[in-house]
Ligand binder design. Structure first.
Ligand code: DP6
Length: 359
């Protein structure tokens, strides 16, 4: 990439102080990103639905200082344990945003979903923080909306790969792919060439296991480097991106279901065949999948399942089946959810600016 394009002049006249707040959503990948090269470049292109209700709300307060300092508060409580990840992120972005080295920052952040729900907060968390930081630059440099979101996505990627897709709704595409115009390994691009049915798609997240993941995504990505099936997997993902593009346009839900489930199961098959192998499925993950498949066949309801790097199951379906889905969950799936918990979400339109004040 052309580094200069993302680097801000060190002489930029940024505000003395201020507060910026953004809400940025989580996302669920349909074609999965699994495998990366340093720093944060994907081994294959991926595409996701941006969610609506699962988001991180982050408020960034800043005032000029001799050198950078950061304090983090989560749900009102100071959380020094979050500093390491945020410091790594700031180190990765400082050459693109040199002004961050001259501020004392206070970050106040909160997720709408329970912290220990097993839902990755890195996508919503890093995109919210990147949007807050870049708002300072937009104020000083007057970035166009297109440039603002592009650089916000670029910065988010350096925090967590999947975070770069959260900057756009209803869908984001990350990773260079010949059939997706403007796609890049450096940042995500918005994607909305989709049939109406997908614009209101529902995602009910069945919380199977709320514990900390035993294997982090970062380690899982690393294991793809020497994975015996990696080359085939990356080739398959490339083909799936093209297939899905056609499906999204046509609105063919049966083809959508087949492809999305193949992606989810391939992701987990990669984990189960890594060296060392690992498995994030729990018994209730499988119980849910089998119940959903039975219901789909018996009642002819176009449910599909997907998973990210965890045991929770995302149940995807068109909005018109919402009531049927909720009844089915209450009657037959809730027994497999930890503390009977599930989260109702749907496709959303991307991040929201909540507050902006500069002095
Ligand atoms: C399975 O984006 O969490 O959810 O870049 O190391 O932060 P890092 O990984 P992360 O990986 C997400 C993996 C996934 C698939 C996806 O979202 O595409």
């Amino acid at each position: 990439m052309i580094q200069e394009e993302y680097t801000t002049e060190a002489t930029l006249s940024v505000p003395e102080s201020g507060t910026v707040a953004w809400e940025s959503p989580s996302n669920i990948a349909l074609v999965k990103y699994w495998g990366k090269k340093p720093v944060q470049l994907p081994a294959n292109a991926s595409i996701s639905f941006t969610l609506k209700n699962c988001y991180t709300a982050t408020k960034l307060s800043f005032s000029k200082a001799d050198k950078r300092s950061v304090k983090v508060f989560v749900g009102g409580q100071e959380q020094p344990s979050f500093l390491k990840k945020i410091e790594t992120f700031f180190e990765r972005i400082e050459s693109y945003c040199p002004y961050i080295n001259h501020y004392a920052f206070k970050i106040e952040t909160e997720n709408t979903f329970p912290h220990s729900s097993g839902i990755a907060s890195s996508a919503s968390g890093f995109s919210a923080l990147a949007l807050c930081v870049l708002s300072i630059e937009r104020k000083a440099a007057g970035l166009s909306d297109a440039d603002f979101y592009k650089k916000a996505s670029f910065l988010s990627r350096l925090g967590s790969g999947s975070a770069c897709r959260s900057v756009y709704g209803p869908m984001g595409v990350w990773g260079a792919h010949a059939d997706y115009t403007g796609s890049s390994n450096d940042f995500a691009v918005p994607y909305d060439d989709v049939h109406d049915v997908f614009k209101t798609y529902q995602d009910t997240i069945l919380l199977v296991d709320k514990g900390e993941k035993k294997v982090s995504s970062t380690l899982g990505h690393d294991l793809m480097n020497d994975h015996p099936f990696a080359a085939n997997r990356f080739e398959q993902a490339r083909n799936h991106m093209l297939e899905l593009q056609k499906i999204l346009k046509s609105g063919n839900i049966l083809d959508f279901n087949r492809l999305v489930e193949k992606e989810a199961l391939t992701l987990h098959a990669m984990m189960m065949t890594s060296d060392p192998y690992f498995m994030l499925f729990k018994p209730n993950t499988l119980n849910i999948i089998h119940k959903v498949w039975e219901k789909r066949t018996s009642d002819n309801i176009p449910f599909t399942i997907t998973l990210d790097a965890g045991a929770n199951v995302h149940l995807l379906y068109p909005a018109e089946y919402k009531q049927l889905a909720l009844d089915f969950i209450k009657d037959e799936l809730i027994a497999y959810c930890q503390n009977e918990q599930y989260i109702c979400d749907e496709v959303g339109n991307g991040p929201l600016l909540k507050m902006e004040h500069y002095a």
